[in-house]
Design a protein around this ligand. Structure first.
Ligand code: L34
Length: 300
């Protein structure tokens, strides 16, 4: 079977057009402009590239956007002071602190300092808790993007065997939780979570109707590990080299060329989940702006 290559870029584009229209309306009717601040600490090339992408899209959508860059050696207290400033800034509706942070900084303490009503990443314990009990909240951007992809391609999630490889707070844990939730759209799957201590990984992955991989290991999932006709969502973005022009060469956690011959649909890297992550951040920021201004929204 030749797989359908899921075009994350064009799904993202479609959603962004809707967001852009709504931003124009908000501006016209209420003089509201969604505001996003991105905070980047240090010089990790991947993080720089992702934050650049977020800034570019925020501006293209007509957001008010602020970019903060702090040196690698910034203190935890200084970072939290900056977050506090934006917690109080009425023009800002969303605060994003790009992860990972330098080892010297306590990530949890930093995330907890973000006003949960501006936590457009959905990483604050308040939002994580709301997500788990199925209350409206900011959904973390990558899992949110995966839900939208599955919905868009008409994937039968209800009753499906979904296997998540990876148990990070950013992707594995939340997507596993979302897929099993009782919801009208994407949900009601039977979910298995695999990780580094799983005894027989292939036993589980081969059973998956929906396989979601977020481990950060290039080509970790090989063709013999997937079921014929499965739907594969590859969240990994691994930098495996640079071109002579100095551009990063990217590859996913899935051995794309071999696996695509066997499955019914698969997301590529680049151009799969990555663009959706950025787009759902914009969606969350738009919803945050509506919430802060007392308009109907999806997060409250
Ligand atoms: N706070 N930290 C916070 N929020 C997030 O949602 C993230 N994440 C992850 C890392 N740290 C974070 C991202 O933004 C991963 N991530 C992310 C965002 C965008 C892309 C990939 C990961 C992306 O745009 N990927 C492109 C290729 C980009 C490139 O060339 O470098 C793609 O097509 O996959």
């Amino acid at each position: 079977m030749a797989a359908k290559i899921i075009d994350g870029k064009s799904i993202a584009q479609e959603i962004r057009e809707k967001i852009k229209k709504e931003v124009e309306e908000l501006k016209e009717k209420y003089d509201i402009v969604p505001g996003l601040v991105t905070i980047l600490v240090g010089y990790d090339p991947a993080s720089i590239s992702y934050v650049k992408g977020k800034q570019k899209i925020a501006q293209a959508l007509g957001f008010y956007s602020v970019e903060e860059r702090l040196p690698e050696n910034v203190s935890e207290d200084e970072l939290i002071k900056l977050i506090d400033k934006y917690n109080k800034d009425l023009k800002i509706h969303g605060i994003l602190v790009q992860l990972p942070l330098p080892k010297s900084i306590n990530e949890r303490r930093v995330i907890n300092a973000i006003d949960p009503r501006k936590d457009v990443d959905g990483f604050h314990p308040i939002n994580v808790g709301k997500m788990i009990i199925g209350e409206p909240c900011f959904l973390p951007c990558t899992p949110y993007g995966i839900l939208v992809i599955l919905e868009k391609i008409g994937c039968q999630v209800e009753g499906a065997e979904a296997v998540v490889v990876g148990r990070s707070n950013i992707v594995g844990k939340p997507i596993a939780n979302l897929l099993m939730q009782k919801r009208k759209t994407v949900g009601n799957a039977t979910v298995t979570i695999c990780h580094t201590r799983t005894k027989d990984l292939a036993f589980h992955t081969k059973r998956a109707d929906i396989l979601i991989v977020a481990v950060g290991k290039p080509k970790f999932i090989t063709a013999d590990m997937v079921k014929e006709g499965a739907i594969v969502i590859d969240v990994g973005v691994n930098r495996i080299g640079t071109t002579p022009e100095g551009k990063a060469i990217l590859c996913g956690d899935v051995d794309f060329d071999a696996v695509k011959e066997k499955v019914s649909a698969i997301t590529p890297v680049p151009g799969g989940v990555g663009p959706m992550t950025i787009t759902m951040l914009m969606k969350n920021t738009l919803e945050a702006a509506k919430m802060w201004n007392g308009l109907p929204n999806e997060v409250e």
